[in-house]
Design a protein around this ligand. Structure first.
Ligand SMILES: C[S@@+](CC[C@H](N)C(=O)[O-])C[C@H]1O[C@@H](n2cnc3c(N)ncnc32)[C@H](O)[C@@H]1O
Length: 205
């Protein structure tokens, strides 16, 4: 099945808090954003943001330049409905991260939780890395959460790649500097244990 069809079907059939990757708050990301001390005018993109609550928390934190990109129209519509009038403060992009055109040198922070690991084709990973490098400002930050080597080989019925910090660094480009990383156990609403790897990188100024 084509990936867009897959994800549209997933979001059409499950409420947000029943999705396997659901977390009430993306706490590691929020902690790291706080540590980075980004200004409220920072441009932040959540790649494959889905129905995640990160945008809700960043709006509560008064961040003003948020972009949510996702393959699924349905996921974006769910979040827009949840946010109500506040949705107008966000830039919404329905698209595929392996082919989308993003503004060059625009983002201060690139966030991706549980999206890059679905790119099982090396060509798609290269395209992702090129898009990231072009769209991120010099001095910008990257926070990525992927499945760790201990995680299961599939998620949402799809095969995934699993990453050590070294392998993720290699895939995204050695130009980025790995700042910190941690593993975190996620348990799905159905009780499946999934070990995540979170990495934070910086693009040299
Ligand atoms: C496992 S979900 C994670 C959602 C969200 N990041 C979170 O942590 O709750 C993966 C998301 O990536 C999106 N996605 C998958 N492949 C994508 C692609 N090539 N480009 C953009 N979004 C994609 C899916 O629609 C889905 O919303």
């Amino acid at each position: 099945m084509d990936p867009k069809q897959h994800w549209e079907r997933v979001y059409a059939n499950k409420s947000t808090d029943r999705l396997g990757w659901y977390e009430p708050h993306l706490q590691t990301t929020l902690n790291w954003i706080r540590e980075l001390g980004l200004g409220k005018d920072a441009s932040i993109i959540d790649v494959g943001g889905g129905a995640s609550t990160l945008v809700d928390d960043l709006l509560d934190g008064e961040f003003q330049h948020l972009t949510i990109l996702d393959l699924s129209k349905h996921a974006l519509a769910t979040v827009k409905t949840r946010l109500g009038a506040a949705a107008d403060k966000v830039t919404w992009r329905e698209g595929d991260i392996t082919s989308v055109q993003l503004p060059p040198a625009h983002y201060d922070l690139w966030h991706d939780r549980a999206v890059f690991h679905f790119l099982t084709n090396p060509e798609d990973r290269k395209k992702y890395a090129v898009t990231l490098d072009r769209a991120l400002k010099s001095g910008g930050h990257v926070i990525i959460g992927t499945f760790a080597p201990e995680a299961p080989p599939r998620c949402s019925g799809l095969e995934v790649e699993r990453y050590s910090p070294e392998r993720l660094h290699q895939e995204l480009g050695e130009r980025l500097v790995l700042q910190t990383h941690r593993q975190e156990l996620h348990v799905t609403p159905g009780g499946v244990k999934q070990m995540y790897l979170y990495c934070r990188f910086r693009k040299p100024a």
